[in-house]
Design a protein around this ligand. Structure first.
Ligand code: FE2
Ligand code: FE2
Length: 184
């Protein structure tokens, strides 16, 4: 399975906008607040993943049947939490693609370049979400260590890509969102 990788070095910077008021800046910072909520969800999934990994080590000591049950419960929990957050993340990106980005495309040429880059990054994240779903289905069909490892690798890559994308997006768009009076 080929996984798309994000190259952080090719990201354009948004031109600085002079005369931004405090209120405009606060409005722009709301995007970062929304991102924080998503990151909290992602951290929860990471915590469950760590529990499953710890359980894998423990399975050798505990009776296999008990370990198996606990494992299946954790897989389900992982699947639910992960599925929920993946859906919320998709909603977030759809809102940006349909409302926020088109409004920002009215701005300067430098800003448009950033928005185009952000749209491209959404396609990378979307591909990772699809890969994650494929691997989650494989794990549910056969709950084996190899399938869990594959799923957790994709999840780690997704989490890293999303963290990086959020950081870039909220930094470069902060002024423009406030300046153009865009509701996030
Ligand atoms: Fe985004
Ligand atoms: Fe975003």
């Amino acid at each position: 399975m080929s996984t798309p990788v994000l190259d952080e070095t090719t990201r354009p910077k948004a031109p600085k906008i002079d005369g931004i008021t405090d209120a405009q800046r606060r409005q722009g910072q709301q995007l970062a607040m929304i991102h924080r909520m998503h990151l909290q969800q992602i951290e929860q999934v990471e915590a469950i993943m760590a529990q499953i990994e710890a359980g894998n080590t423990k399975a050798h000591q505990v009776a296999e049947a008990v370990a198996g049950l606990e494992m299946i419960r954790n897989y389900r929990l992982f699947g639910n939490l992960c599925g929920q957050e993946c859906q919320l993340l998709t909603f977030h990106h759809t809102a940006e693609d349909r409302q926020i980005f088109p409004a920002l495309m009215q701005g300067s040429e430098g800003l448009r370049r950033v928005v185009e880059r952000l749209m491209y990054e959404h396609t990378i994240i979307h591909a990772l979400l699809e890969e994650l779903e494929t691997r989650a289905v494989a794990l549910l069909q056969s709950p084996e260590q190899d399938n869990f490892t594959a799923l957790s690798e994709t999840f780690r890559q997704l989490a890293a890509t999303v963290r990086s994308h959020f950081g870039y997006e909220e930094t470069e768009l902060e002024e423009a969102i406030g300046y153009h009076g865009i509701r996030v």
